[in-house]
Design a protein around this ligand. Sequence first.
Ligand code: PLP
Length: 393
Amino acid sequence: MNRQADTIIYMDNNATTRMAPEVLEAMLPFLTDYYGNPSSMHNFGGQVGRVVADARAKVADLLGAEPEEITFTSCGTESDSTAILSALQSFPDKRHIVTTRVEHPAIKTLCDNLDARTGHKHRVTRLKVSSDGTLDLDEYKAALDDDTAIVSIMWANNETGVIFPVEEMAAIAKKRGILFHTDAVQAVGKIPIDLKKLDVDFLSLSGHKLHSPKGVGVLYVRRGTPFVPFLAGGHQEKGRRGGTENVASIVGLGRACELAALKMEEENTKVRALRDKLENGLLTSVPRSILNGHKIDRLPNTANISFEFVEGEAILLHLNRYNICASSGSACTSGSLEPSHVLRAMGVPFTAAHGSIRFSLSIYNTEQEVDFVLEKVPSIISSLRQMSPFWNG
Ligand code: PLP
């Protein structure tokens, strides 16, 4: 494989992020010398157990949670499944799930699989979004009923970056005595979260979205919330998730959370300025380009732009020639030629949804990179439009 990391312009951080050097440094001893099992009785394992506890405390700090409310998992998808399936098993008489039409496949596919319409026993309400990707709170309130076992609403959308009013929605669920889960995979590390002030019962996060490794995630479970493990097994994670811990990655995630707590504000200011420069530059230099998603209630790193009358995949191929990495639709849905379910739910017209590109930045991007992308994209779009049967100039 080529060593490309130094030459690529990586603007696909909602798909995955570069590991922070501090994170790698923290992990290395646990991939080499300190290989003990954290559950072992001897000191060699015990010292590793203490390091896992330290990482748990760092994750808890970033979220405003207690360490015992943090369970390590293998990824965001596992955390999402665990939360929903736990609620359904805790309340076997309740059959209703409330979610949105724009969730990541980690929630969307699970809910589709549980849905009575696919022959299963649950009823799923998927809330609509408006053209800017925001939710209607009245529709949400009306959707809740005595049969609702759990609400699952993402904190921030992976494709558009649109942020949902989780605080308000969780409070409404709480008043009705309904469990509330939020998939905060894209939010954690990018916006401040203080679970002490919120009525959230479950929260999912994923290590590789905040500059730590792939293959580690977290499920926050509020103290006192009924819980049924997804992975039954040993006594690891206080019986909440069987399986020997992925120690090095857990240490890395702890360090990443510590860094995020220290630097989030400063980094967000920088990332937002770069994103805004990129976004405004593209919207002004490319005719018939449209921003997808609410302009304000949005993650500071994400710009989802439709370039009408061209194919997103073709744009990506051209960007790839300049070592620019971005995404059309979400990482998990690209590969299919269907326009993304998120943009469809927002009612983005077919000709625009097909030409949508998500640029998602991080602290490792520079102004020179933004300038380079601004220089290349307009000519790419204009040459593709020359070939488009729908473009009339
Ligand atoms: N939820 C959201 C909003 C995501 O963006 C992703 C990944 O893109 C996931 C869940 C899945 O996380 P993981 O890749 O750790 O399973």
